[in-house]
Design a protein around this ligand. Structure first.
Ligand SMILES: Cc1ncc(COP(=O)(O)O)c(C=O)c1O
Length: 326
């Protein structure tokens, strides 16, 4: 690769061109069938994800944020409740707790940038109802330690696995540890659609039923309104795209892990740079590297150095930090 070749952080057109003919055929097929809302491609996607994750239910919803909101509502989290969540996460994790009327209680992260179980336990109070494990950057938290805390205090575990489809802890996939898990299929995600998309996954019959009602105006399988609900369905056309892209998902993950190993080999030992854990093949964590998140002692210098070489970078979240939100 020549030193002058630009490496943008996102390259959606390149991803599209790679598969243009097949993707256009899929879109044409869905459009010709007029299959837009709650159609067979969505049912197929949900069934496929159930199989991949080894869970009983997958419910496709509008996006990863709504997945969290609907999951929390379905679990019965609401006003006066507190949910413990890491402060280092995308705003949507904490926002979902706020939007169901509960209070996000912020915990610290450990060296691997994941929710630190040691910081969680002192935060448990009378109003705590759940711990939200955020499976950040394609890595899964230490679910044994978090599960032990939840058991000791009678709390639910819920998982924001928006960034971690395919990631595993001790062989078990992210999203399958708690009362429910959520995923995002935003275009930049490892499995991304052509817009917004998300899913709630669970083994709990009641949560699954509640989320299915909530996402479709409270309508049951017969189309009858039986509860309050909203409109938060995963579009059938997005599901068709995801069904296609999923075919090479494992290969995409393998490639990410190869690249992460190269970064690790070539960047470790540089002063002022702390790298994420290297791809592990024998230990507890199987990471999928949704993001390769580094800590840089001289961040601005590093950003401009990389920009000079036309290498894209991203500060994952900017603006008011979660602990600064009113
Ligand atoms: C950790 C995390 N949680 C939640 C979300 C929200 O997902 P969406 O953008 O699909 O609403 C994202 C998406 O970027 C995320 O990274």
């Amino acid at each position: 690769m020549s030193a002058t070749q630009a490496i943008p952080f996102f390259n959606y057109p390149a991803l599209f061109e790679r598969d243009e003919e097949n993707l256009m055929a899929i879109l044409r097929d869905v459009l010709r069938r007029g299959a837009f809302i709650l159609q067979k491609d969505l049912a197929e996607f949900e069934a496929m994800l159930c199989d991949y994750l080894g869970v009983k239910y997958v419910i496709g919803v509008a996006d990863g944020t709504n997945a969290l909101i609907l999951g929390l509502k379905a679990l019965g989290v609401g006003p006066a409740d507190e949910v413990i969540v890491p402060s280092h996460t995308y705003i949507a994790s904490a926002a979902s707790i706020h939007l169901v009327g509960a209070v996000p209680v912020l915990a610290e992260i450990g060296a691997d940038h994941m929710l630190d179980p040691q910081s969680v336990e002192p935060l448990v109070g009378e109003r705590t109802v759940a711990i939200m494990a955020v499976q950040l950057n394609g890595r899964t938290c230490d679910m044994d330690a978090l599960g032990a805390i939840a058991d000791r205090h009678g709390l639910a575990i819920v998982e924001d696995a928006a960034q971690a489809l395919g990631s595993r802890f001790k062989g078990r996939r992210a999203g399958t540890f708690g009362a429910f898990g959520t995923f995002s299929f935003y275009p930049a995600k490892l499995l991304g659609c052509f817009g917004d998309g998300g899913a709630v996954v669970t083994n709990d019959d009641e949560i699954a039923r509640n989320v299915a009602l909530l996402r479709d105006h409270g309508r049951n399988e017969d189309g009858r309104v039986v509860a309050w609900g909203t409109n938060s369905r995963l579009d059938n056309i997005q599901a068709a795209v995801l069904n296609y892209k999923f075919r090479r998902y494992d290969a995409d993950i393998a490639r990410r892990r190869e690249i992460a190993a190269m970064y690790d080999e070539r960047l470790s030992g540089i002063n002022d740079l702390t790298l994420p854990p290297r791809p592990d093949t024998t230990g507890d964590h199987f990471d999928v590297y949704q993001n390769y998140e580094v800590e840089a002692g001289r961040r601005e210098d590093l950003l401009s150095h990389l920009a000079d070489h036309r290498i894209g970078t991203l500060i994952q979240w900017n603006g008011t930090p979660i602990h600064g939100m009113k």
